[in-house]
Every structure is written in C-alpha cells, then in structure tokens.
Design a protein around this ligand. Structure first.
Ligand SMILES: [Ca+2]
Ligand SMILES: [Ca+2]
Length: 621
C-alpha cells in the first residue's frame, strides 16, 4: 500500500513537473541565408539560426533529400549553425526544422528550398564587352518620396545636409534607366544598397547592419531584384557592391557576437594603417600587416575576421544568395585587400564554383601595377596562392590620366609617356583585359576638376578610358561635367539635378542640360554605343607606340578591323601625323572612318589630329 502510494505520488510529481518545468518556447529571431536552392553545385549549406537559448536544443529535420550533417554550437548560447546537405533530387518546398528540449518541441522553422532559375549557374558575368556606370543611389534620383524616412531607422532624411540621406532610391534608378542606356552603358554598379542603420552619414552604404536586407530607404529586396531584371531586359548587367572587410557598428550581431573572434578585436581602438604594401611585401613585418589587415577601417566599422571559417562560409553564402536571388552578373568587392586574403580566396572560390562564368572586381586601391596585379587570379605566387579574384581596378592608370592630360609641355617623363609607361607594365597582370579602367570614382577628385575644367581634356580622358584594353567605368555626373574634390565627399557626391521633384533644372533631359553638358553627354554616348557593338574594342589586341612630342597612338586590332586612337595632347594647332611608323597596325588598310563624326578618311598616310583632342578611326580593308 505504502509502495503504491509512493508510486502514485512520484507519478503525480513527474506529471506536474513536466508541465511546470517544460522548456519554454524559443523565439527564432533570424535564420540566414533567408532560403536556399535545390541543385546548387555545392550541395551543402550552413544555416545560421539565432534565438535566445537556441544552442540548448536538439535539431531534427525530416525532409526527403535534406540531411542534417551536423550542428555547430559556438560561444554565444543564442546561435546554432546547421550543416545541411541538399540532394540534387530533393523537391523544392518548406523544410520543417524542429528544435527540441527534453524531447519537447520549443521552436519550429520552415526553411524554404526553392527551384533555381534555368541556366542560373551558367550566367555570364560582366566582361571586357561592357561599360560600367557607377552611381550612388541616395544621390541619383528620388523615385519614391514615401520611403525617405522608413520606420525603424535612426537617421532621418535631410537633403540640406551634405552628409545626410537625400532620399534617392532604387525606384529613381529604375525611372532613369534610359538616361544610362542612352549613354551606351551595359553594366551598372551602385554603392551598397544593404541596410546601413547608423545615426549619421550612412548614405554611402559601406557600414552594413544587415547582410540580407536592402535598406528600406532605398527600397526593398524585391525592388532591387525587379531593377536587376529590368536591367537585364535592356541589356544592362547588375554589379552588386559588397563589403566583407567590415560591417556597421550597429549590425545586429554586434550586441551578441557568435564567437569572440567573429571580428578583429584590440585592447584599445586600433585603426588600419591603410598601407597595403604590407600585404604583398615579402620583406614586411607581420606586425605591420596585422594592423593594416586587422585594424579597423573606421570606428563605426568593426573589422570582420575572415580567418573565422564560419564567417567565411556566412559571407560566401551571402554573395551566392544575392547572385541567385536577384540575378546578378557581377560583384564589386569593397576594400578587397583589407580582409584576410586566404579568407577572401576561399570566398571567391566558393562563388566561382557556383557561377564559373561570373565576374568579380576587387577594389585594390594601390598606385602600383605590381601590387595591383598581386591580387588578380592567375598571378604566379611563389606559394601557389590563388586569390580567385578575376578582375582588379586600374588605379595606377587612373593616377596618370589627369596628370598626363594636364601636361602640354612634355619633357622626357611628362605628358602622354606617363600613360604609355603604366601600360608597359601589363606583363604583370594575369589578364590585362579583365581590368576596370576609370578616370575617377566616388572616393576621389572628379576628373573634370583634376583637369581644371578643361572640356577638351575631358573628352580625351573619356576617349582613352573607352578604347583602352580592359573595360571602362565612369562615375555618374562625368557626362554632366560635375566637379568635386576627393577631400570633401559632400562635393563629390552631389544630387543629379532633376532627380528630385521641384528641382529647377532637369539634367536627365537634353533640354535641361547646358550646351557644354550635351556636348560631353553626346560624346560619351557616341563612343560607348560604338564600343558596345565593336568586339575589336572588347578583345582586340592592344598595341601602343611610344609617344613623341606628346602625341600618342595606340590600336586595337582584330582580324579584319583595327581601331586606331591618336591623342594630340598639345595646344599648338592641328598635328599632321605621318603614319609610316605605325605600319605594324595600319598596313593593309585602305579605308578609315572617324568614329565620332562619321567622316571618311581618304588619306591614311597622314592623319590630321586637331589640337588637344583624340582622333578615333576605324580601319577596314
Ligand atoms: Ca526616396
Ligand atoms: Ca580588415
């Protein structure tokens, strides 16, 4: 009897205990990547799950074709990393993930597996056939005034504040896409669109606080995807600006890092030296390299540690997710040399494994061809290292364009020889034709300012960048003769007049532009539209001849066609250029057409090149 009573009591206690002490439900706050796809080349995906106390859970998945290989727990109890494997014959659908404690379900999550678009893996990235237009979404056009102050954001819009949010957005870009395509551009790169929820100066987009969400003041993920599709329909490739060196100080994980080494932490605030020589220097100290690579880019930008494997996987999947979700044709990687280079190599390898014909350009802001070539995939590193970065930017060439075009009195080392000499170092590059060529960008003094407002020199710069090996990039407003000082970003990143309702001038229309602006707009349009349809300017052999007397000639040659560019950098009347010296690229051709004016050239023996101008002629047999 006594025994029976104890048994009943114990049973009762257990029953009450189970109901009183049942593990409480856990709220899952984040799951990233937001979804995944069936049929990726790499069948594995690592899903980050974030929720208070989630690491105490057992995880169960019961979905045909989806295997939970392992679960990774980290220092914070609020994260789990689920290593899933998706069979190629798994059906798209919601994969129910069951989180249990003491046998009871405390949370469930339906993780979406989608079908891939046809030919997704084979997509062709931007390449030397493209011309890239760079803009800042906050400063281009305000297509939706209703999103200027989206809920939950710390910084309010204020167009009067030079470093503030001006209200430009994805809709504004979409509304003015014809302005860009009329100029002949075939690729679009704009500064990052992901959430930058900072108190101030977040308009530039480089302090990301959520890697999976477009900043609502610029639009939504769906709007970004729709713009990418609209671009594709009109022959414009989308290059997404991504940042992996740092995140924004208000990134959601900063309050609860998965692991201490998720970011590079220092006893006291330590800024990067910004000395990129330390990264490639075989003689450099580890100490100097560490501060350059692990020091922070700026106080509001915690430095991500790409030696952390979980983080590298997170960022690789993030890039793959945006390519697949939005339909991208390219990525521009910000501050490329600043993260751990082995981590970035793994990142690039993972992305190119999924999309072998894709293109990625890294911002390696270095004034030396040797140190730039170091980062391009294919560079013969002694230790066999491969960056898996197909394209770099030609900062060394950029640095001499304005200088050479400003030097009308050329001595031994001045004027056009500067350009020749930089291009003579192309032997360093694994692929000189997959290099971005540009006269300026959003971080540096505008070319027109550097050329001291010289319209003729501006045209020469446009001609050079558009016809050189590699592919051209122009910063918005170059076509409008915008001026701006690199030391003052507020002047460098002004609004396009006409992008905002009530603007007195509308530069998006020919009527709203001055005669000079139309001259430059039309010049660029003529040249880039010509370039668009001429493979000789995409892949033709590049041959340059020594400049003499500040006159520089180079050619792009294919089997049946050659384009010759002659730059007369003097201001002392027409130059009569005898072409006998250029027989190597001109012999056999009998006809020539001035690409800009359409005029036929009857005499190819002597070319007349007006002062301070570029003569671009197409030669045919
Ligand atoms: Ca807006
Ligand atoms: Ca770094």
């Amino acid at each position: 009897m006594k025994k029976i009573r104890s048994f009943v009591l114990i049973s009762l206690f257990l029953a009450i205990g189970a109901s009183v002490f049942a593990a409480p439900k856990i709220e899952i706050e984040r799951v990233e990547p937001l979804n995944w796809w069936v049929g990726m080349k790499n069948p594995k995906v690592q899903v980050l799950v974030y929720g208070a106390g989630i690491s105490g859970c057992d995880v169960n998945i019961n979905y045909p074709g989806v295997k939970l290989n392992s679960v990774v727990k980290v220092k914070s109890p609020n994260y789990l990393f689920l290593n899933l494997e998706v069979a190629s014959d798994a059906k798209p659908g919601d994969v129910k993930i069951d989180f249990r404690q003491q046998g009871a379900t405390v949370a469930t999550y339906n993780y979406q597996l989608l079908a891939r678009e046809n030919e997704s893996a084979q997509r062709v990235g931007f390449n030397s056939s493209d011309a890239v237009y760079l803009l800042m979404p906050d400063r281009f056009a305000n297509g939706n005034p209703n999103n200027d102050d989206a809920q939950g954001y710390l910084e309010k819009s204020n167009r009067k504040e030079p470093f503030g949010r001006h209200g430009g957005d994805i809709q504004g870009i979409s509304d003015h896409l014809d302005y860009i395509t009329n100029l002949g551009f075939t690729a679009l790169w704009f500064t990052p669109v992901l959430e930058n929820n900072l108190e101030r100066s977040s308009y530039h987009g480089y302090a990301i606080t959520n890697f999976y969400s477009v900043d609502k003041r610029l639009g939504t993920n769906e709007e970004f995807k729709a713009l990418t599709q609209k671009c594709k329909a009109v022959g414009v490739k989308m290059i997404m600006d991504m940042v992996f060196n740092h995140c924004g100080i208000n990134h959601w994980w900063m309050k609860d890092l998965p692991t201490e080494d998720w970011i590079n932490q220092w006893p006291t605030y330590t800024n990067s030296y910004y000395r990129l020589s330390t990264v490639s220097d075989p003689n450099g100290s580890i100490a100097d390299r560490d501060v350059t690579v692990k020091g922070w880019f700026d106080r509001p930008m915690p430095d991500l540690n790409l030696q952390n494997e979980l983080l590298v996987t997170y960022l690789s999947q993030n890039a793959i997710w945006w390519i697949e979700y939005a339909g991208l044709q390219g990525i521009r990687v910000d501050t490329y040399p600043y993260p751990d280079r082995i981590g970035m190599s793994k990142w690039g390898e993972a992305v190119l494994n999924e999309f072998p014909n894709f293109n990625i350009v890294g911002e390696c802001w270095i004034s030396s061809s040797a140190k730039t070539a170091f980062y391009q995939s294919g560079f013969p590193h002694k230790d066999g290292f491969d960056s898996h970065l197909p394209s770099v930017m030609d900062f060394p060439l950029r640095d001499v364009i304005s200088r050479s075009l400003s030097e009308e009195k050329a001595g031994w080392g001045e004027g056009m020889i500067r350009i020749y000499d930089v291009l003579a170092e192309d032997f360093l590059y694994a692929n000189p034709n997959n290099i971005m060529v540009f006269p300026d960008n959003h971080d540096m003094t505008r070319i027109f300012t550097e050329l001291k407002g010289d319209k003729d020199a501006l045209k020469m710069a446009i001609a050079l960048v558009s016809s050189m090996r590699g592919y051209p990039q122009f910063y918005y407003g170059t076509e409008l003769m915008f001026e701006g000082d690199g030391g003052n970003h507020s002047t460098l990143r002004i609004d396009v007049p006409g992008g905002w309702a009530g603007d007195k001038v509308n530069a998006f229309t020919a009527q709203g532009r001055t005669a000079d602006q139309n001259e430059i707009y039309n010049y660029m349009s003529k040249l880039l539209n010509y370039r668009k349809n001429e493979p000789v300017l995409h892949n033709g052999k590049f041959t340059q001849f020594l400049p003499f007397d500040n006159i520089y000639l180079y050619a792009r040659s294919s089997e049946n066609k050659t384009v010759v560019v002659v730059m007369n950098n003097n201001r002392k009347g027409d130059a009569k250029v005898e072409t006998a010296r250029f027989a190597e690229v001109m012999s056999g051709f009998t006809k020539g057409v001035n690409v800009i004016t359409g005029e036929s050239l009857t005499d190819l023996k002597t070319l007349i090149v007006p002062q301070k101008s570029a003569l671009i002629i197409e030669l045919t047999k």
